[in-house]
Design a protein around this ligand. Structure first.
Ligand SMILES: O=C(O)c1ccccc1NCC(=O)[C@H](O)[C@H](O)COP(=O)(O)O
Length: 216
């Protein structure tokens, strides 16, 4: 039997929308720790959300070029299953973070053109999972969560990487089916595509996204 498509809903900030995501079958809940993001959480707020996440749904902390002090504060308080490194962290830093915190690490790789795919092989040696996301436009405030897609055909025929991977970037309830068919992704991640305004998740869009992804 082929496994279900696994969905990560990223940038959850509200307990009600978190519950909707869990009830609709999300397998990962992403919490953003990045002050410039409309989805940014304080550590205290993240604790309130994380404690309500049932076993079987992975709680992911998304951080950008974090210092050890940043990660010490987050991991000491928030019950987590995974760290997502979404900045310019080197392979050595990924290795260091894994060793220091004992949590699986998902490394985000920004893709805009074929040459960017080399990063996937580089990080496959050190990360537990890879998030293959659209590269942010130059000068963007956010390194992710921009609602931008890349050309999914770049991944066609490269269904199998050495590590589990997740497709992200500009996915919506309307296009996630096509994205899965073109790339062969078995895991997908969404933020803006299930929002009614930046940082405001929408229950109907969350349910629609989960249904469309899991119908594949
Ligand atoms: O979502 C954010 O605000 C964010 C801020 C800083 C770094 C990364 C961020 N998001 C990363 C994610 O994992 C998003 O879900 C991913 O980039 C897809 O976003 P979207 O295109 O909006 O669905």
């Amino acid at each position: 039997m082929v496994d279900d498509i696994r969905v990560k809903i990223c940038g959850l900030t509200d307990p009600q929308q978190l519950r909707v995501a869990v009830e609709a079958g999300a397998r990962y809940a992403g919490f953003v720790f990045f002050a410039k993001s409309p989805r940014h959480l304080t550590v205290d707020r993240a604790v309130e959300l994380a404690v309500s996440v049932p076993v079987g749904v992975a709680k992911v902390a998304l951080v950008v070029n974090p210092t050890d002090a940043d990660l010490d504060a987050i991991t000491a308080a928030v019950p987590l299953d995974m760290l997502q490194l979404h900045g310019k962290e080197s392979p050595a830093r990924v290795t260091e973070v894994k060793a220091r915190y004992g949590l699986p690490v998902m490394k985000a790789i920004g893709v805009a053109e074929a040459a960017d795919l080399a990063q996937i092989d580089l990080y496959s040696d050190v990360a537990d999972q890879l998030l293959i996301d659209a590269k942010p436009p130059s000068g963007a405030d956010l390194p992710g969560g921009n609602g931008l897609a890349f050309d999914w055909r770049l991944l066609a025929g490269r269904k199998y990487w050495r590590k589990p991977w997740m497709l992200a970037g500009g996915l919506t309830p309307d296009n996630v089916g096509e994205a899965i068919r073109l790339t062969g992704a078995r895991q997908v991640d969404v933020s803006s595509g299930v929002e009614s305004a930046p940082g405001v998740k929408d229950a109907g869009l969350i349910r629609g996204f989960l249904a469309a992804a899991r119908a594949q």
